[in-house]
Design a protein around this ligand. Structure first.
Ligand SMILES: NC(=O)c1ccc[n+]([C@@H]2O[C@H](COP(=O)([O-])OP(=O)(O)OC[C@H]3O[C@@H](n4cnc5c(N)ncnc54)[C@H](OP(=O)(O)O)[C@@H]3O)[C@@H](O)[C@H]2O)c1
Length: 268
């Protein structure tokens, strides 16, 4: 009998997904398989998750209902063309490889039903954000499977393929922008006498809380800003500085640059 899900590649992203799938009881360890060329990776995965590991993708690819393509984009061509990996008509191929379009995936695996996902690395703490595109021939059951798998590692939205550059701009890359915000808050906290540990807890928790407020309060972001700014209070003074110094415009320019590069990379 086929495994439920098989990972080609067992690195950071595959590990995070396996963490989520097991933690959220989507699949048991016996329903998950994976492959990686290096023995050290295979040993690590077996010890950590107790899943069945294979050395060669070609030996594993036919053995699972859903195949997740989780290797670096530069190795994908040789995986299919030289190693001879085949994914069949009865399988769903979910690619998380950045920048590899459905058209290219369709050339590598012409028979498979295809899904392209742009996740972000916060899936490592099961708080990832992802955009996904369902390819031709996918069924409603496939959509449900993808949603269940991605929900195990965070939140995901279905988008059109042409919108994945925007997903990259505001989700794939945005953890870096927010880490910079966290870094600045931590530095500022330490400047005013907090220890690094205290400042890290307070800055990190503020980012978590603000994210949850954006998603769960039902309020627009400008109303959330107003909600923290009492007249004559402290926050309004900081917000004035951010407005005077063009914080929101800078953030939009940052996303512009990221989206532009994503579009360029898609043509390379
Ligand atoms: N990291 C991110 O934040 C992020 C975000 C969005 C999308 N992605 C995408 O996710 C994918 C995986 O990224 P990652 O960060 O998890 O990479 P990674 O940590 O470098 O892991 C890659 C894995 O692929 C394995 N591998 C390499 N060649 C292989 C082959 N021929 N057959 C089978 N397995 C092979 C490697 O095996 P060994 O361990 O044996 O070397 C390794 O386990 C990439 O396509 C990337 O574009 C990553």
């Amino acid at each position: 009998m086929k495994a439920k899900i098989g990972f080609i590649g067992a690195g950071r992203m595959a590990g995070a997904m396996i963490d989520g799938l097991i933690a959220k009881n989507v699949y048991s360890k016996d329903e998950i398989i994976a492959c990686a060329p290096s023995e050290s990776t295979r040993n690590r995965m077996t010890q950590k998750y107790g899943i069945r590991m294979y050395e060669k993708a070609v030996d594993m690819a036919g053995l699972a209902e859903i195949i997740v393509l989780a290797i670096k984009p530069k190795y994908i061509s040789s995986l299919f063309r030289e190693e001879g990996v085949k994914v069949g008509a009865d399988q769903l191929l979910i690619s998380i490889a950045a920048g590899v379009k459905l058209k290219a995936l369709g050339e590598y695996a012409p028979e498979a039903r295809l899904v392209r996902v742009m996740p972000n690395h916060c899936c490592m703490v099961l708080e990832g954000g992802a955009g996904y595109v369902m390819g031709k021939g996918c069924t409603e059951a496939d959509r449900k499977s993808v949603d269940t798998i991605l929900s195990a590692i965070g939140l995901a939205v279905e988008v059109k393929e042409e919108d994945l550059d925007a997903v990259t701009g505001i989700c794939g890359s945005s953890p870096a922008y927010l880490y910079m915000a966290a870094h600045a808050l931590i530095e500022a906290g330490m400047k005013y006498g907090l220890t690094e540990e205290q400042a890290t807890i307070l800055a990190g928790q503020s980012l978590i809380g603000a994210g949850k407020m954006v998603l769960q309060s039902g309020m627009k972001t400008d109303a959330l800003v107003d909600g923290v700014c009492s007249p004559g209070g402290t926050t309004i003074e900081g917000v004035k500085v951010l407005r005077d110094e063009g914080f929101e415009e800078t953030m939009i320019h940052c996303v512009d640059a990221c989206v532009k590069r994503s579009v360029e990379m898609g043509k390379e």
